[in-house]
Design a protein around this ligand. Structure first.
Ligand code: FES
Length: 149
């Protein structure tokens, strides 16, 4: 969809900023926001580019560089850390042959670390796109990744 078509779906009130950024990012086949997205959103909402840049760089769900088709967010906060999220991270890196912040060779996945995902009761937790996974064990990971083509 054209950028302008996306923007037309939202009013000019700056309370729409986060939703606009999500829509623009979701529309990008590489799951990120281009400079022109930020400029277009700034024009649409009549706010500064630097304001939008600040918002985009504050929230970890937004990216200014290309990512894989599916975004893996693994929680690295204290509760998950106590439940050995570091072992899960190590296993993910091995299965997908990528490091944190990298894209898998087939471009299916990006791996990101996250602050608390609000799923501490099922630590260690992970999200893939909007899907939440908890009580993770290394043995579960390969079959979970199979679901995301
Ligand atoms: S600390 Fe990991 S989900 Fe809350």
């Amino acid at each position: 969809m054209e950028r302008s078509e996306i923007l037309k779906q939202f009013g000019n009130d700056d309370e729409n900023l986060i939703n606009i950024l999500h829509a623009l990012q979701n529309n990008n086949s590489q799951n990120y926001l281009e400079k022109d997205d930020l400029k277009a959103a700034a024009n649409h909402l009549n706010i500064t580019y630097s304001h939008i840049y600040g918002v985009v760089t504050y929230y970890t769900m937004f990216s200014l560089k290309p990512r894989g088709k599916n975004i893996i967010r693994i929680c690295n906060s204290p509760v998950c850390d106590m439940e050995k999220s570091s072992d899960i991270i190590t296993k993910i890196k091995k299965i997908l042959s990528i490091g944190v912040g990298e894209i898998s060779k087939d471009k299916r996945f990006s791996l990101e670390l996250s602050e608390c995902l609000g799923q501490c009761d099922i630590a260690p937790g992970m999200m893939i796109n909007e899907d939440v996974y908890g009580n993770l064990h290394n043995a579960d990971l390969a079959s979970i990744f199979e679901k995301y083509k």
